[in-house]
Ligand binder design. Structure first.
Ligand SMILES: NC(=O)c1ccc[n+]([C@@H]2O[C@H](COP(=O)([O-])OP(=O)(O)OC[C@H]3O[C@@H](n4cnc5c(N)ncnc54)[C@H](O)[C@@H]3O)[C@@H](O)[C@H]2O)c1
Length: 348
């Protein structure tokens, strides 16, 4: 563990220097890691581990043919390293449960009887365990229950790995049956190619993740863009002008400066007029949205958001409804204007 100062708060984190890949290989040398689910996270974690010399097999429901075929295309061999879900769980000693959160609940009655004494059950999200009263995912006491949650899409987990970088991940031990749960999860976190690993709990992981995606990362982001675009349009600004001032300048310029050296650096690189206004309006926006964030966090913590997910996703016409909502978003004037702006970008 390294003690790192995060803005004045000291935190313990695990880096690749302290927990090396060689050490991870040593810890995992007798394990068979069964990655259950070949959707988004599954392929990324499985291929990174395979490239790092870990013994990996895949468990994928063959009826989800596209995912099965993707595993074959990625070099997993049916009957050798690619199996149906129950077979893979039976063969594995570490079971990485990487089907979607909704499917984890549905598949659980098939998974549970295949778990053996001393296995490790691994998650990349605290959802199923934290909301176990609602999901019914209650692991037997004779397995380790561990978590490593990459803070990025599976696509970036693979891309960054191939580029020699990594996605940072949180990790946690919920149940330590073997006494090896901690070294197992650190080894897995390094083997999947994490940048650095920071400790969390299953609860904290899911509360922060659901808040983040409903908030700044996705929900609030789109909502605040809609609001500004609407005001600009209602005041006679063209779609091109409104889009450029709401989205394009953010994604093509300002957020890249934030990424590079932080918010103050971005402000410092803008005009004095922009700086004055941004500094004056920042607290007003904070005050306006703080109650919304408090409401959001409470709904996440109380399980209301979990219930909303379970209820919505179990409705038979959910996919149709989701497609309609996404299409409404994509076909709104703002995002159609966005498509036009993107087309006009000079080709490099
Ligand atoms: N998507 C991400 O990049 C990301 C990031 C961090 C953590 N996670 C976590 O990783 C886990 C996996 O998420 P994902 O986004 O990769 O999932 P996904 O939706 O891409 O996974 C779908 C997988 O589940 C299988 N599946 C779906 N329904 C099934 C059913 N009824 N029976 C059998 N198999 C079924 C599919 O065949 C596929 O292999 C989740 O816990 C998620 O929260 C995901």
């Amino acid at each position: 563990m390294a003690k790192i100062d995060f803005g004045g708060v000291l935190e313990d984190v695990v880096t690749r220097e302290e927990f090396t890949l060689e050490k991870a290989r040593e810890v995992l040398k007798k394990e068979t890691v069964a990655v259950i689910g070949y959707g988004v996270q599954g392929p990324a974690q499985a291929m990174n581990m395979r490239d790092n010399g870990i013994n990996v097999i895949i468990g994928q429901a063959p009826e989800f043919k596209a995912d099965w075929d993707k595993a074959v295309a990625d070099g997993f061999v049916p009957g050798l390293t690619l199996f149906n879900v129950e077979e893979a769980v039976t063969k594995g000693t570490i079971i990485q449960y990487l089907v979607s959160d909704a499917a984890q609940r549905i598949l659980w009655p098939k998974i549970k009887p295949c778990l053996k004494k001393g296995d490790a059950l691994y998650f990349s999200h605290g959802f199923s365990i934290t909301y176990k009263d609602q999901t019914g995912v209650v692991p037997p006491e004779y397995v380790d229950v561990i978590l490593c949650a990459p803070k990025g899409s599976g696509t970036s987990v693979r891309r960054n790995f191939l580029a020699g970088a990594g996605i940072n991940s949180s990790y946690s031990v919920f149940q330590d049956y073997t006494g090896r749960a901690n070294e197992r999860i650190l080894a897995l976190g390094i083997a999947i190619g994490s940048g650095y690993l920071f400790p969390t709990t299953f609860e904290k992981e899911v509360y922060s993740d659901l808040t983040g995606e409903r908030g700044v990362l996705m929900g609030a982001l789109a909502g605040i863009m809609d609001a500004q675009y609407q005001v600009l349009r209602e005041n006679g600004h063209s779609p091109s002008e409104a889009f450029n001032e709401t989205v394009e300048e953010l994604t093509q310029s300002l957020i890249r400066l934030v990424d590079e050296k932080g918010m103050d650096w971005m402000y410092a690189n803008c005009s004095a007029t922009a700086q004055r206004g941004a500094l004056d309006w920042r607290p007003k926006f904070k005050q306006a949205v703080l109650p919304v964030f408090e409401d959001l966090y409470n709904k996440v913590k109380s399980g209301k958001e979990c219930q909303r997910v379970i209820d919505s996703l179990s409705s038979p016409d959910y996919k149709k409804k989701l497609d309609a909502e996404l299409s409404e978003l994509g076909n709104s004037e703002l995002w159609r204007a966005g498509a036009a702006v993107r087309k006009l970008r000079p080709k490099s």
